[in-house]
Design a protein. Structure first.
Length: 351
């Protein structure tokens, strides 16, 4: 019987349970996949804690948005896919209805995507949330162009690293922020032109120094809270601020006077909104597939855990020690998971 991860109440990682459960057959518009790898996201931590944009409606609740594996069964009214195909899931469904933490998962067929064959299943499970987030913020909303400067906060996250790579592909000047200096070298290796250590440096002053007083053209933020005011001060005239996360527990106070003075545009962005714009979603998928194919976008995987260590994986993600993606493997054993050279080595060699 397959293992499924569930929780019976909101709380710490300790509420997660790995249980043997029968999985229902796919209904109309759904498919059943055998899951090989699962990419972890902060959305799942917030969902588990009961403080996400959506909260569980009933218990036990499942969770998980990104997985890669093989199609086992196709439900009625599903076309375009075949049993045995290798696919990944896009994070465009609600965790109230579906979850991919397990050996198998039922998911909506319209959330499936084929991925470049050179990717491993771990890589294929690690690029879509971060890629769609970065694409939506920088390309779709921000219209980032060659020669512009972009400020990326929380840059060591998987979304931050994807944003660095996409901005480099565009030809922008990349300014990354990190709370301490521990990850500064890694951010440079990942492609950032400049790194600001927020615990030691004034963000606005450093950005103005880097941009010869102009400020950043696009500001891509996962933090919120007091960071928003700092971003407004660091922004150029007519700049765009894209807010996509709430890592800070502080109240976010919008700097209206600064926004009016600088004629700033502020966007709130969430991948789920792409369900309303199929044409834009198709463009995003094609963009990411092409960038993954030509190597300008790569998954940077920090660490892999076995499925039975899901609580430890959540604790590690919450600790903020990681650089890039944290992955669960359903097939590997503890003996299989060993230290390996950083994925950043490949990025560094490409440049």
């Amino acid at each position: 019987m397959p293992r499924i991860v569930q929780f019976y109440e909101p709380g710490s990682p300790d509420v997660l349970r790995v249980e043997d459960r029968a999985v229902r057959k796919p209904l109309a518009g759904e498919v059943l996949i055998a899951v090989d790898a699962i990419g972890l996201n902060r959305a799942e931590i917030a969902f588990r804690q009961g403080r996400y944009l959506e909260i569980p409606e009933k218990f036990p609740a499942s969770l998980g948005l990104e997985a890669a594996g093989t199609i086992l069964e196709i439900g009625p009214d599903v076309s375009g896919f075949e049993v045995g195909e290798q696919v990944a899931t896009l994070p465009v469904f609600s965790m109230r209805e579906y979850g991919v933490y397990g050996d198998v998962a039922v998911v909506p067929a319209d959330a499936l995507i084929r991925y470049p064959k050179h990717l491993t299943t771990a890589e294929a499970a690690s690029v879509w949330m971060s890629g769609l987030t970065a694409y939506g913020g920088l390309i779709y909303l921000g219209k980032l162009s060659e020669g512009q400067s972009v400020l990326i906060t929380a840059a060591s996250s998987s979304a931050g690293i994807a944003a660095i790579q996409i901005a480099r592909w565009v030809g922008a000047i990349v300014i990354a922020t990190t709370r301490t200096g521990i990850k500064k070298r890694q951010l440079i290796e990942a492609g950032a032109h400049h790194v600001i250590v927020t615990a030691e440096e004034d963000v606005a002053a450093r950005v103005k120094q880097i941009t010869s007083g102009a400020g950043a053209d696009v500001l891509f933020d996962a933090v919120g809270g007091g960071m928003v005011g700092k971003l407004a001060n660091a922004a150029a005239l007519g700049a765009q601020i894209i807010l996509y996360g709430t890592l800070s527990t502080e109240l976010t106070v919008f700097p209206l006077l600064t926004a009016l003075r600088k004629c700033l545009t502020v966007h709130a962005y969430r991948i789920f909104s792409m369900r309303r714009f199929p044409a834009e979603r198709e463009k995003a998928e094609r963009f990411l597939f092409d960038r993954l194919s030509d190597g300008s976008l790569r998954a940077v995987i920090d660490r892999t855990f076995t499925l039975d260590k899901v609580a430890d994986a959540h604790r590690y993600l919450e600790s903020n020690q990681h650089f890039g993606k944290v992955v669960l493997s359903t097939r590997a054993t503890e003996a299989d998971i060993k230290e390996k050279p950083s994925d950043l080595t490949k990025l560094k060699e490409q440049r």
